[in-house]
Design a protein around this ligand. Sequence first.
Ligand code: SF4
Length: 342
Amino acid sequence: MTARDLVDPFGRTIRDLRISVTDRCNFRCTYCMPAEGMVWLPKSEILSFEEIERVARLFVERYGVDGIRLTGGEPTVRAHLPVLVAKLATLVVPADSASPLAGQPIDLALTTNGATLVNCVDELRDAGLGRINISLDTLDREKFERMTRRDELERVLAGIDAACAAGLSSVKINAVVERGANDDEILDLAEFGRAKGVEVRFIEFMPLDAEGHWVNDKVVSQDEIVARIAAVHPLESVPARGAAPADRWRYLDGRGTVGVIPSVTKPFCGDCDRVRLTADGQFRTCLFATTEFDLRTRLRDGSSDDVVAAEIERAVGTKWAGHQINQVNFIRPKRTMSQIGG
Ligand code: SF4
């Protein structure tokens, strides 16, 4: 079967599939879920590895999707995760696809809170994982416990070191910045990245928290983040982000790069190439989508791949131009970040 591009109504080609493998997490980050956690999905509703692989193979082999990112909740709490990684790592982007990775293995990445990495990163690497993003919003132990409701900073820092030692093609740090919570550490986190030789990507606080505490005043803009860093460590912009969410800068002293994902103040929806599959098999064309498409039923009712693919195409045909945060018609999605995956 010849691969053909999956293009949305705004002419954007889908190349990146984010797959949430669980809604569960071992942290309780305040900007994500309440202290008591969420009502977890019953096991029967969670896609099996075989079902995830089937959907992933469809995207890669039919549409030339070349990037898959595994998310959660916290993906490493899903038992036997390296087994799934090994399945997905065998996927090759069709040589006849228009993807820049045509004929090559997919770009397989993971987003994690890092707390269990010391125990599993080598196995994930050996299974075929290529890149990893580790969430770290503070270097202060007490604040870490306040923000995540877990006293796990030491384990996360050890996880980052383990990931750096594992020889993955890329290790990045994701830091959500919330005014009044951790914006006083923007420089410390940037310097942490400079010292470790990893890129820190600051993420503007988004309205996806379970308790609905998000307000625009808590958003620290990209401009402010960059200005704070550049005041101490001069930067130059790295041109051409493409579809990647982060704008990036290079330190003029050669000590690496830093990124900012300006979801709220400078939305990048115009170049969006991403779609998402939730842990319970719902297909979302946008992080902030208010509608979903049920693939799980199709995967379990004997439907053919053609039928599943038709539902995917129908969904992409409805993808909107972009989120409407700060606009009068903005509607928060029913799902929280932990139920969608980053
Ligand atoms: S908000 Fe939606 S459309 Fe915009 S970049 Fe994110 S996923 Fe894409």
